[in-house]
Design a protein around this ligand. Structure first.
Ligand SMILES: Cc1cc2nc3c(=O)[nH]c(=O)nc-3n(C[C@H](O)[C@H](O)[C@H](O)COP(=O)(O)O)c2cc1C
Length: 393
């Protein structure tokens, strides 16, 4: 028989952590806020490639959320100076995120040369940079950079470390935890979440199909790894015995409240912070996020060799007609770097990677601290009928 929700059921649905664990009834008091020592269950997603500046990270942390440095593309030295800069700007907890390298990348010279020919055929860009593309020496030394990056995370005793694209060894995770670092992995399927739990992580980011930027998928990419946030989060919550952080398409307090109702203990928001004043995203990228309201986002491997979601532009469309295989990550990322750098210098969004989630049209231009304050107010407003108490301070 169909059973309608009584007010009490709704109330419980909006307090899943409290309900399941018999704990606090305050919406912002969750297993993640307690574990990370933060005031609100709002995490600014790490965004490698420039957007997540130390200023953005510190602003979010100072406001009671958790700021995250996306350090996947950074050298060990720049990670260290980034961490030190964050520490100058805040004494609150913050995170650093890295990419787990794939040890099994195959370098196929024919595929690489074919891609070089393709990139050199791209109009005015090609005339300027054909030589640069020709001279790219693609070498793959998996793990070499990662080991150095990780050393800095360990030496600097970073409070929170998260990773994507794979799963480090159990020993690595144990070593980080032994030094007091909280370790968070990224899953796009229930199977990946189970793998992360077995490896010993403290919490899991459940990254839905809507998410902007690269997919964290590491157990085989395909239709079965493209699961929407509303479908993915409760399945992971029901399967693992760890706090779950919802990610993908969350842009405001409504999204935060919805994800808490699904059983998440926090949210991780990327696109919502991309156009903030402190974000280091290229001005054309910010402009596209704020003003291309009717544009579509698509998942493409054309820029980096790994599936990632961004606003459709000429490069994506041209590459859809390319018939040969696209080299895998990070090879394709290396090959397209001259093109992306050229596009950035020219302020030409047609050839930039305009990473963005499906809900990008809901983004607002404001300082990061302003955004966090608004998210808190909005979530509070949505959840207030179900809570007697004010947010925990
Ligand atoms: C520009 C951009 C860069 C990103 N870089 C990273 C990264 O370096 N590491 C990571 O784990 N996730 C990265 N992500 C994915 C986010 O962690 C998160 O899953 C995503 O932003 C959530 O979807 P939303 O953008 O709709 O909020 C990135 C996302 C964007 C938009």
């Amino acid at each position: 028989m169909q059973r309608f929700l009584l007010p009490d059921d709704i109330s419980r649905a909006f307090k899943p952590n409290a309900y399941v664990k018999g704990e606090s009834h305050v919406w912002n008091d969750t297993s993640v806020t307690r574990m990370l020592g933060i005031q609100y269950p709002i995490i600014q997603a790490p965004m490698a490639g420039g957007p997540s500046t130390p200023e953005l990270v510190a602003a979010v942390s100072n406001e009671g959320g958790l700021g995250f440095l996306g350090a996947g593309y950074m050298s060990a030295d720049s990670i260290r100076s980034g961490i030190r800069r964050i520490r100058e700007l805040t004494d609150k907890p913050f995170g650093v995120n890295l990419f787990i390298p794939d040890e099994n990348i195959q370098l196929d010279r024919e595929i690489i040369n074919s891609m070089k020919r393709q990139l050199k055929s791209l109009g005015s860009f090609a005339e300027e940079f054909a030589g640069e593309i020709d001279s790219i020496q693609v070498e793959h030394t998996p793990g070499a950079d990662f080991a150095k990056q990780l050393e800095v995370i360990i030496e600097e005793r970073v409070p929170i470390f998260s990773f994507t694209f794979g799963c480090p060894t159990r020993e690595t995770i144990e070593e980080l935890k032994a030094r007091g670092t909280c370790v968070i992995g990224t899953a796009t399927t229930v199977a990946e979440a189970m793998t992360l739990e077995r490896a010993g992580v403290d919490a899991i980011v459940a990254q839905g199909y809507e998410a902007g930027g690269h997919r964290g998928t590491f157990l085989g990419f395909g239709a079965s790894s493209l699961i929407g946030t509303i479908a993915l989060v409760p399945q992971i919550v029901d399967t693992v015995h760890l706090p779950v952080i919802a990610s993908g398409g969350i842009m405001d307090g409504r999204g935060i409240a919805a994800c808490l109702a699904l059983g998440a203990s926090a949210v991780q928001m990327g696109t919502a912070f991309l156009a903030s004043l402190e974000s280091g995203a290229h001005p054309e990228h910010k402009h596209a996020i704020l003003h291309s309201r009717d544009a579509e986002t698509v998942i493409t491997t054309a820029f980096s060799g790994k599936p990632a979601r961004g606003i459709r532009n000429d490069f994506m469309t041209i590459m859809e007609a390319y018939e040969a295989p696209i080299p895998p990550y990070p090879v394709q990322n290396t090959l397209t770097r001259p093109l992306r750098n050229w596009a950035a210098r020219q302020s030409n969004p047609a050839f930039m990677s305009l990473w963005a989630g499906q809900a990008f049209a809901l983004s607002r231009e404001a300082s990061a601290s302003d955004l966090v304050r608004r998210f808190v107010q909005e979530a509070q407003q949505v959840l207030s009928p179900f809570h007697d108490e004010q947010p925990k301070t």
